[in-house]
Design a protein around this ligand. Structure first.
Ligand code: CP
Ligand code: NVA
Length: 339
């Protein structure tokens, strides 16, 4: 029997676990097509007349710019509310703010301190699609960009790849990788100290998804897990909102810093290094310099790796634009959209 065409119109984008492998395939193909159109100078028009709100409780460069520029290129109007700039959550409840936003806008891009449940509540009370631009427990638009980057660089099916995430395997990026890899039938190892192992409930959700796709999702604190990796990735050691934990994180995570020696443990000379960014790879940021003055080296990756031949981090960053655009177009555009 023929499969029904994928139609994501009206859907929120909360976590990759909400989507079937076919739907994620559709979004990746659409992103590749939108990227090619933009490079050919033919971007635009899918979101003409739409009004989009970006509601960000946390700072952002890539995610905000991708939503804002992507929406503008497709013809939508965008309002941006940055951290601390609205009544949301302070003088007005989530429910009341969402009801208001639902009267004004066609969709919301949200980045915040809550969980995926916060995104679902926003969608429920506003009555419009809400896209998760990072919560404390997930970062699904980032993984779409990471998958597109892997397909461009590795030139083999995602289901044949192995990814090892090094460091804080309890954070939003680690969880987003876990969910995405489970959905796409990949091998994924969360490599870090037992004290920062993923929540068993997250691994259980991934295991349930993996039953249908054949994915292998695991945690390890043994460097032997690096062998055969196609991708080594990491993230900052203290996520937004956890800045007070940095001293403890440096103590726990220094052995998991991504170094050239760690890459060599993969045994794969073509291994790719990925990072959602922003990254601490030198002391050229106020944060890294301040911490160094206090005796802490917070770099999660060596500068030589970040700038070296294995690194694809700026291709990955560019792909945020194309993949976020695909999410917006697929869920909001009028008329049929081909993946
Ligand atoms: N990777 C990412 O989400 O970057 P920003 O925090 O700059 O949006
Ligand atoms: N884990 C990081 C990701 C930033 C894109 C954070 O939440 O700060």
């Amino acid at each position: 029997m023929e499969k029904a065409p994928v139609n994501l119109k009206g859907r929120s984008f909360v976590t990759l676990l909400d989507f079937t492998p076919e739907e994620l395939r559709f979004l990746l193909d659409l992103a590749a097509r939108l990227k090619a159109l933009r490079r050919a100078g033919r971007a635009g028009g899918h979101l003409a007349g739409k009004n989009i709100l970006l509601l960000f409780e946390k700072t952002s460069s890539r995610t905000r710019c991708s939503f804002e520029l992507g929406a503008a290129e497709e013809g939508a109007r965008v309002s941006y509310i940055g951290p601390g700039l609205s009544q949301f959550g302070k003088k007005e409840s989530l429910e009341d703010s969402a009801r208001l936003f639902g009267r004004f806008y066609d969709a919301i891009g949200f980045r915040g301190y809550g969980s995926c449940e916060t995104v679902r509540d926003l969608a429920r009370f506003s009555g419009i699609p809400v896209w998760n631009g990072l919560t404390d427990d997930d970062h699904p638009t980032q993984i779409l960009a990471d998958f597109l980057t892997m397909e461009e660089h590795l030139r083999k099916p995602l289901a044949e790849t192995k990814v090892v995430f090094c460091g804080d395997t309890r954070n939003n990026m680690a969880y987003a990788w876990i969910y995405g890899c489970a959905r796409m039938g990949m091998r994924f190892v969360a490599y870090g100290p037992a004290a920062l192992a993923p929540d068993p409930a997250v691994l259980a959700r991934a295991a349930a998804a993996a039953e249908a796709t054949g994915a292998e999702i695991s945690f390890s604190d043994d460097a032997a897990c690096l062998a055969g990796a196609d991708v080594i990735c990491t993230d900052i050691w203290a996520s937004m909102g956890e800045e007070d934990k940095i001293a403890e994180r440096v103590r726990l995570l220094a052995p998991y810093k991504v170094t050239e020696a760690l890459l060599a443990r993969t045994g794969n000379d073509a291994v790719r290094f990925m990072h959602c960014l922003p990254a601490f790879h030198d002391f050229e940021t106020a944060t890294a310099a301040e911490q160094r003055a206090l005796g802490l080296d917070i770099r999660e990756v060596e500068d030589a790796v970040f700038r070296g031949r294995h690194s694809v981090v700026f291709d990955e960053a560019e792909n945020r634009l194309h993949t976020i655009k695909a999410v917006m177009v697929a869920t909001l555009a009028d008329g049929a959209i081909e993946g």
